[in-house]
Design a protein around this ligand. Sequence first.
Ligand SMILES: [Zn+2]
Length: 54
Amino acid sequence: MKKYECSGSDYVYECQDCGYIYDENLGAEHKDHPARVKWHELPDSVPCPDCLFR
Ligand SMILES: [Zn+2]
């Protein structure tokens, strides 16, 4: 995952496989990821919410 600094103390991540953008502020609730979960707190087996459920 590519990490981008966002305004403030939060970060957005871009999956280099599929281009999915993960915003720590928003989470990905439609993919069963709650908001405010930091990317590094996700299981190592999760490449990204999009790749996982593809
Ligand atoms: Zn992905």
